[in-house]
Design a protein around this ligand. Structure first.
Ligand code: NAD
Length: 259
């Protein structure tokens, strides 16, 4: 097992990509704190991890709530004695052209991704610095590295998370903390399923065309990235044995955006 006895926090892990990673971390021997907006959704993921023989705890944590994030990290340390891996994964999407974008929608997307990533980072670093090191991971996107129409706040926020990841790599190095950002292409989760009809309406094309001509157009083989693909990368980045791999963005996308 590649993450034996490591203590991990994953935000937005009640469903989708975060849940797939939480379950994979559990299978790899980590103790996993599953955080999500409601305790019920986090608990469902915890139950799945425990059914598979793993160890997990559920946390109700809105990542935009400073106190909730600090309380959640404190609860992990109280229960398990430290924190080795923190993955800022919670995210939302909003589809609108810039000239029609409400400030409230802009702010909400920025807050969940960027404020959330900052708050999780700060709380985790305080534990990791005290404990001699750790790994911070961010769930970026291909949109951390390039843009698409109709997704301005998401693109801006994901680029911002790349900057935060790099800053953490620089500051964290002397404390034994590595930091990397995972940049997936499209993965079929509720976040993506919701935007297919929204984009079809906004662009005046069919839902099939949104998939083939927008989402998967620039992949090498027209395929979606899978939950398993992203979870495997998240294990690899957390388990990497030295400080050589830090400050990097790793794209997992069937070749969409080669760097
Ligand atoms: P999802 O909608 O299936 O899951 C997102 C989770 O985040 C949900 O459980 C939701 O409750 C939680 N969440 C939302 N706001 C929150 C908040 N304020 N505090 C705590 N939790 C909150 O989405 P997903 O596709 O699994 O996305 C997970 C991450 O992966 C996001 O950061 C997303 O931007 C990123 N991502 C997704 C794709 C994709 O194609 N699905 C591609 C690249 C990056």
């Amino acid at each position: 097992m590649r993450l034996e006895n490591r203590i991990a926090l994953i935000t937005g892990a009640g469903r989708g990509i975060g849940r797939a990673i939480a379950e994979q971390y559990g299978r790899e021997g980590a103790r996993v704190a599953v955080a999500d907006l409601t305790l019920e959704s986090a608990q469902e993921a915890v139950d799945a991890i425990e059914r598979a023989g793993g160890t997990a705890m559920a946390l109700a944590m809105d990542v935009t709530d400073e106190n909730a994030v600090d309380r959640g990290v404190a609860a992990i340390v109280e229960k398990w004695g430290g924190l080795d891996i923190a993955l800022a994964n919670a995210g939302i999407q909003h589809i609108d052209p810039l000239h029609k974008l409400a400030f409230a929608d802009w702010s909400k997307v920025m807050s969940v991704h960027l404020d959330g990533a900052f708050l999780v980072t700060r709380a985790a670093l305080n534990q990791m610095y005290a404990g001699g090191g750790g790994t911070i991971l961010y769930m970026g996107s291909v949109h951390s590295l390039e843009a698409s129409p109709l997704k301005a706040p998401y693109v801006a926020a994901k680029h911002g998370m790349l900057g935060l990841c790099r800053a953490v790599a620089k500051e964290g190095a002397e404390h034994g903390v590595r930091s990397n950002i995972i940049c997936p292409g499209f993965v079929r989760t509720p976040l993506v399923d919701k935007q297919i009809p929204e984009q079809a309406k906004e662009l005046g094309i069919s839902e099939e065309e949104v998939i083939s001509k927008v989402m998967l157009k620039n992949t090498v083989d027209g395929k979606f990235t899978t939950l398993e693909d992203v979870a495997e990368l998240a294990v690899h980045l957390a388990a990497f044995p030295s400080a050589a791999l830090t400050g990097q963005s790793i794209v997992v996308s069937h070749g969409w955006h080669m760097q």
